[in-house]
Structure formats: structure tokens, C-alpha cells
Design a protein around this ligand. Structure first.
Ligand code: PLP
Length: 374
């Protein structure tokens, strides 16, 4: 039977490989217990207030939610000192990334994407029949100099993931400011700040950038620090005309009621946020200390994840046998590396135990190779 004729360009889009859900991993590998450290989720869960509040609100579940996220909008506009018109909400920042491309990228126009970085930028570019222009990282960091060199008349969007997923590197304040000042004003800069709360050193207030530059949108998410990944809610901050343009391609009721309420109560729970940040810093420090001892190279991270070079031999199965799922960074073009989300302290210790067995195996092999003269 002949296939329905698809829109041109759809054939070029490879299905996006999102991190698998916990349940599907358990089924696939026949495991009853899994420590999932492959999706940069929050292993501390979310604020206990979320469940309490949603339980009291079930009389609302049959109604459509507020299409404007009014209460959350007011809360965030106060928190960030921006007008409510500077904000747009999405079904996770995944959706906001799509909306930015839908609003601004036309057929044959270029979108500049550091590589490796978050994979969805390339996917949405292809959805619009745009041309992805990949710019390799330099020393695991976004190469702003190279990006400036390749901007052309056809460039419409530049995607800057800061801190960058999967490397965890961040641009210095001066470097970011200098870069933004040199990008032509007709080019949209999407500053994806999914991990901005986890920076090693306090970062400058990037929200001020939108007051000076009309061509920037910042993307933030409730999935990471707040642990609300299952609810699907993120937001963008930008000049009001930019936001108004993106709103034109947004589906009218894109953020569900529970997500809005969960986000509202999460903003108030300072103790939970502090515990997440504290756990993240302690977890990363534990990794740094142990990785130094084991001799595995790693990249210091500004996110809730860490890139570790374990070598050519695949290690996914060794982790799986221990009930742990990590991300093989070969998927991002970093062969021989894994990306591990920071877990609870005990989970991090378990990962380190597995790394120890891998290190021992590798040392044994190197020793054997030497002894047998290979
Ligand atoms: C850099 C980056 N941007 C956006 C997202 C999507 O986040 P959300 O859950 O808000 O859709 C992720 C998810 O991991 C991410 O790593």
C-alpha cells in the first residue's frame, strides 16, 4: 500500500533519543530495582508540598487550566523583576525550543548549534527545513569565537546551552557578554539555562540581558532544580515583542493545571532547593576526589551531571549489571565517555564502586597486555 506523502524534510529527521523512563528500563533489562542516572533528573525528588497541594485540588482536574499561567506568571515576574509580558510558558523547555524554531526559522535558514550540546536544537531545525550549522566545542566549551566567524546572512538562531549539556561547562561572564554584543541584532540567541542553578560559582544575573538585548530569550525549567520533570513545565524570558511572536505559534492550553500548581508551590520551598544544591555539590566533590584516585579524566561540572572518560571499552553493561543506568556519551559524539547524573550520596557511592571495578579490570588488562608483550 502506498505511504501517505509526508512533508518534505521529515525524512531527514532522526527520531529523538530521549532518556528512557524508569519503568521502560526495568522492563527492558528485567530489573526490579534501577538507579537511573541517565536523564539529569533530580534524585532528591521534589518538594513534599507538591503532593499535599495537588491532593487538595482534585476538584479542579476536570476543568481546562489557565492558558496564561496567571498566578505563576505573577510570581515569576516578581521573582525575576520583569514584566509579565516578558514571560512565556511551555510544556517543558523542550516545547519552548520548538516554539522558538517555529516562530523564527524558515526553510533553508541557518541555525547555529554547538556540538555536542542538547540534541533537540538540531531536531527542531530540521523540522523547519532549516540548516543546522554545527560548531564543535573547543576544550569541551562552546566556541563563541568560531560561532561569530560563521554567522552569515542566512543565520536566524544561535543556540547557547549554558551550562552546556553534556559537558557541564559554562561561559565566563565576560565571554558571554562580549559574544552577545557581537551577534547581529537580527539573529535570535536562545540561551538555554536548564542547569543555571547548579553553577559551581555564583553566576551573574543573566535576566538583565533581556533588558539590553531584544534578540535574546532565556529558557528555564522546573525539571531540574525543582524536580518536576514529569509535570512538563518550563518558561522563557525575553523582550515582550519577541515573546509575543513566539506566543503566536504556541498551542493555547499548553501547560497543564497540576504543572502550574506544582511550580507555584515549589518556588516557595527554599529548604528543598537548598538541599538539592547541597546534595549536588557534595556529590560532585565526592566524584572529583574519587576520580582523581582512580585516574579517570572528567570535566568539572556546572550542572547536575558529570562527564567521565572511562575509555574505549564499553561500560554500560557493567553499570547495568549493578542496576545503574548511565548515559553513554558516545551518543553525543564523545566516544569513551559516560555522562552520569548526580544521584543521592549513596547512589554516587555505588557508581564509584562500579568505577573502581572498571579501573581494576582496565589495570589488569593493561598489565596483562604488557606481560604478554602485546
Ligand atoms: C539543556 C536542556 N535544555 C532543555 C531540556 C528540556 O527540559 P524540560 O524538561 O524543561 O523540557 C533539557 C533536558 O534534559 C536539557 O538538558
Amino acid at each position: 500500500m502506498p505511504m501517505v506523502r509526508e512533508r518534505s524534510g521529515v525524512d531527514k529527521i532522526a527520531p529523538y533519543q530521549a532518556a528512557k523512563s524508569l519503568e521502560s528500563i526495568k522492563r527492558e533489562y528485567g530489573l526490579s530495582q534501577v538507579i537511573k542516572l541517565a536523564g539529569n533528573e533530580n534524585r532528591m525528588g521534589c518538594s513534599a508540598r507538591v503532593g499535599e497541594v495537588l491532593n487538595q485540588l482534585n476538584s479542579q482536574f476536570a476543568f481546562y487550566p489557565d492558558p496564561n499561567c496567571t498566578i505563576l506568571r505573577e510570581r515569576l515576574s516578581t521573582l525575576h523583576h520583569v514584566s509579565s509580558e516578558n514571560l512565556i510558558f511551555g510544556n517543558g523547555s523542550f516545547e519552548l525550543i520548538s516554539l522558538a524554531a517555529h516562530a523564527f526559522l524558515g526553510e533553508g535558514e541557518e541555525s547555529v548549534i554547538p556540538d555536542p550540546s542538547f540534541g533537540w536544537y538540531r531536531n527542531v531545525t530540521l523540522q523547519m527545513n532549516g540548516t543546522p550549522v554545527m560548531v564543535p566545542l573547543k576544550d569541551f566549551t562552546i566556541d563563541t569565537g568560531r560561532i561569530l566567524e560563521i554567522i552569515s546572512e542566512r543565520t536566524k538562531i544561535i543556540w547557547i546551552c549554558n551550562p552546556n549539556n553534556p559537558t557541564g561547562t559554562i561561559l565566563a561572564e565576560d565571554q558571554l557578554n562580549d559574544f552577545i554584543n557581537r551577534v547581529p541584532k537580527h539573529v535570535l540567541i536562545v540561551l538555554d539555562e536548564a542547569y543555571i542553578d547548579f553553577t559551581e560559582e555564583p553566576y551573574f544575573n543573566t535576566i538583565d540581558l533581556i533588558k539590553e538585548h531584544k534578540n535574546i530569550i532565556l529558557l528555564r525549567t522546573f525539571s531540574k532544580l525543582y524536580g518536576l520533570a514529569s509535570f512538563r513545565i518550563g518558561y522563557g524570558i525575553g523582550d515582550k515583542e519577541l515573546i509575543e511572536r513566539i506566543n503566536r505559534v504556541r498551542s493555547p492550553i499548553n501547560v497543564n493545571f497540576s504543572a502550574q500548581k506544582a511550580a507555584e508551590v515549589s518556588l516557595d520551598d527554599e529548604a528543598f532547593k537548598n538541599s538539592v544544591l547541597d546534595n549536588n555539590r557534595k556529590g560532585l566533590n565526592l566524584y572529583y576526589t574519587e576520580l582523581e584516585k582512580l585516574g579517570f579524566p572528567y570535566i568539572r561540572s556546572n550542572g547536575n551531571f558529570l562527564l567521565i572518560q572511562t575509555g574505549k571499552e564499553p561500560v554500560d553493561n557493567t553499570f547495568l549489571q549493578n542496576g545503574i543506568i548511565v548515559r553513554n556519551a558516545g551518543e553525543f559524539g564523545l566516544d569513551g565517555w559516560i555522562r552520569v547524573s548526580v544521584g543521592t550520596y549513596e547512589e554516587n557511592e555505588k557508581v564509584i564502586e562500579v568505577l573502581k571495578t572498571i579501573a581494576e579490570r582496565q589495570t589488569g588488562r593493561r598489565k596483562n597486555d604488557y606481560e604478554t608483550g602485546i
